[in-house]
Design a protein around this ligand. Sequence first.
Ligand code: PSU
Ligand code: MN
Length: 305
Amino acid sequence: MLKKYIDINPEVKKALEDGKPVVALESTIISHGMPYPRNVETALNVEKIIRENGAIPATIAILNGKLKVGLNEEEVEYLGKAENVVKTSRRDIPFIVAKKFDGATTVASTMLIANLAGIKVFATGGIGGVHRGAQETFDISADLQELANTDVAVVCAGAKSILDIGLTLEYLETQGVPVIGFGTDELPAFYTRKSGFNVDYKVDTEKELAVALKAKWDLGLKGGMVIANPIPEKYQMDYDVITNAISNAVKEAEEKGIKGKESTPFLLAKVKEITGGNSLESNIQLVYNNAKVGAQLAVEFSKLK
Ligand code: PSU
Ligand code: MN
């Protein structure tokens, strides 16, 4: 039945059948997160890093209404250039499929599709979360609810401070989602290694992460895990510069009345504009760093099965 909807590329399919490590990758970061051509270049480099670290990459998107698990180079290029690609979270999927549209998957929908395909590890840049001012706006990313329910581990660089990091952590705690610092006690804040918030557990090796994931799912504790991997020291941004850029972006979004699914892409684009491209470079480097940890985690996890 699912065959009608999902198309898993042969290499990924074979790897999954053989119990080999596979890492899922999202596509909103390609279509809405970075400008062309850096987006395509980054997406292809990420796949290369995953291979160099012993796993098979599976970039996920919806093309012509089909859920695709494992894009080829032309498909990545197409997504990076196309202007009619819809940012697709969980609730958008039925319509993108029915209308045979092209959809770029967010963290939530990438987790969901990865899980349907049997992929347990996913690497990306940043997750969505509880937005600043959510007490008024109710703007809470569907990513958090997906983390509560779907058994996929997400390696990211923490939460961006376009979000309310404290409230995001509270929400994840309520939903039973572990937040792990990879080699750190402090939750990284995407562009910076520090956020002022602690994580639940510091874990130093991919093997230890794999053992914890296996325990979680063996015990029937459904849902994902946030593995927060700090940006490498030499690529992190100046704390004051980025904090300033973000508060200006948030202010402008408020003034312009930006809401709903437009909110995150608007804030990301604004921050990039204000920091004159420096943030793009950091963004790319932290994604590479997460791809490496994601691949090594998938390798360790595949050894336990
Ligand atoms: N944060 C980033 N870069 C991104 C996103 C978030 O630093 O590209 C994207 C991810 O795809 C994430 C989505 O799942 O934005 C969250 O959007 P929303 O807040 O509308 O759920
Ligand atoms: Mn939102």
